[in-house]
Every structure is written in structure tokens, then in C-alpha cells.
Design a protein around this ligand. Structure first.
Ligand SMILES: Nc1ncnc2c1ncn2[C@@H]1O[C@H](COP(=O)(O)OP(=O)(O)OP(=O)(O)O)[C@@H](O)[C@H]1O
Ligand SMILES: [Mg+2]
Length: 207
């Protein structure tokens, strides 16, 4: 299964989630972002004496498509795309089996989500297939209970589906990354639990 973490908006937690999912599922990463956030995090992993993840950085869009076209369906891989719109990022959306779109639960984020929905809609029409992005609420307040505004918005958009899992704002997510680790490598904690639950939901979608 090819999993892509994507949103045309920056700073919503794509790289953070791709990292923790990759470690939790023990799968390679394709880093399509020129900022190379995860290549950097993987270097921190090496410096701290942990076994590095496999990170693929295709040098051209053609090489990326070639790699993905020949990808063995039974193997999992996760793609971290940059927070902008480009042909390369659209190609990643098109070839994915599962798109995860992190969304922050703030009214100011709604316009960005609409913009991304339009990209998916346009791409679906152009490629004559229905592409669906699975919206994952991320960085939510651990005490928040009511997500009805964003949930209703997501549910009203044809090319979006809301994921059951939610990821809270937790220090474990970025503190572990500072040492090149993933939350699933911690002994316990709520961040670990949330990623484990998310991975279960991802695997369920693969059946
Ligand atoms: N659940 C979370 N808990 C705590 N911090 C978070 C969480 N999600 C994201 N962040 C923080 O928000 C910031 C942006 O996250 P990240 O770099 O993963 O976003 P991105 O979508 O990959 O951005 P870009 O589009 O620029 O690549 C980072 O500082 C990250 O640590
Ligand atoms: Mg990123």
C-alpha cells in the first residue's frame, strides 16, 4: 500500500505524522519535500545511535513515477509531500492507495482545506477516477471534545472522508523527533497510543 500524507497547506503536521507512522509500521519513506524535514530527522536518528529508516529521495518526477509504478503492492511505503501544489505532489496523490490529510481544528484552517479539496476534485475529474483524501484531525487540544464544525465541513465535501482517529497536541511528538525517535518506540504515553490506534485504522483500510 502506498500511503501519502498530503495537504497543500504548510505546517499542518504532515512530516511529523509521516515520521511516526513510518517508525510505527517499520516502513520506508519517500521524501518529496525540498525542505527534507525527514532526511534531517533521520540524520538525528543516526547521530543518536538508532538504526536509520530507509528514506528515498527521487531526483526527478520521472524517477518518482517509475519507482511508484513498479512498487510491490504487498509492501507499504509512506510519502511525505511538501505543503504546496505541484505536478509532482499531484502525481503522488494520484498513485496513492491511501491519502491522509492532517487538518488542524481551527476556523482559520477551513479555507486551506477547501483549497485542497478543490485540488483533489480537479485531479479526480482530470484523471477520470475518484480520489479521496482521509482527513485526520491533528494537533487538537487534548481536552477538546467538540469537533463538530470541522467534522461537518469535512463530511459535506465529496472527496473527503473523516478518519476516526484524532491526534492531539503533545510534546512527545516533537521531543522524540529531536532525538530521531518515534513515539511508538517509547514505553508508554498518550502520543504512542494515538499513533498505534491510527496505524490500526490505516491497516483496516488496506483490507
Ligand atoms: N500533534 C502535534 N503535537 C505537537 N506538535 C505538532 C503536532 N503536529 C504538528 N506539530 C508541530 O507543528 C509544526 C509543523 O509540523 P510539520 O513540520 O510536521 O508540518 P508539515 O505539514 O510537514 O509542514 P510543511 O508543509 O512545511 O512541510 C512542527 O513544529 C511540529 O512539531
Ligand atoms: Mg513537512
Amino acid at each position: 500500500m502506498i500511503i501519502t500524507v498530503a495537504h497543500s497547506k504548510g505546517g499542518v503536521g504532515k512530516s511529523l505524522l509521516a515520521w511516526h507512522i513510518a517508525i510505527g509500521m517499520k516502513i520506508p519513506i519517500v521524501d518529496l519535500d525540498f525542505q527534507k524535514t525527514l532526511v534531517y530527522t533521520n540524520n538525528l536518528r543516526k547521530i543518536n545511535g538508532h538504526k536509520e529508516l530507509k528514506i528515498i529521495q527521487p531526483e526527478t518526477p520521472e524517477l518518482f513515477i517509475e519507482l511508484m509504478d513498479s512498487w510491490d503492492e504487498d509492501k507499504n511505503i509512506i510519502i511525505d509531500v511538501g505543503g504546496f501544489d505541484s505536478n509532482l505532489n499531484r502525481a503522488a496523490l494520484y498513485i496513492s492507495d491511501l491519502i491522509i490529510t492532517p487538518a488542524v481544528d481551527r476556523v482559520t484552517e477551513m479555507a486551506g482545506l477547501h483549497k485542497f479539496h478543490n485540488i483533489i476534485l480537479e485531479l479526480s475529474e482530470k484523471m477520470d477516477t475518484k480520489i479521496t483524501a482521509n482527513v485526520l484531525l491533528n494537533d487538537v487540544s487534548p481536552s477538546a471534545k467538540d469537533f463538530s464544525i470541522i467534522e461537518e465541513m469535512v463530511e459535506s465535501l465529496e472527496y473527503f472522508e473523516l478518519m476516526e482517529s484524532k491526534i492531539s497536541h503533545r510534546a512527545d511528538f516533537y521531543k522524540t523527533m529531536e532525538e530521531g525517535k518515534g513515539v511508538t518506540e517509547l514505553k508508554d504515553g498518550k502520543a504512542r497510543k494515538e499513533i498505534k490506534k491510527l496505524i490500526k485504522e490505516i491497516k483496516k483500510r488496506d483490507q
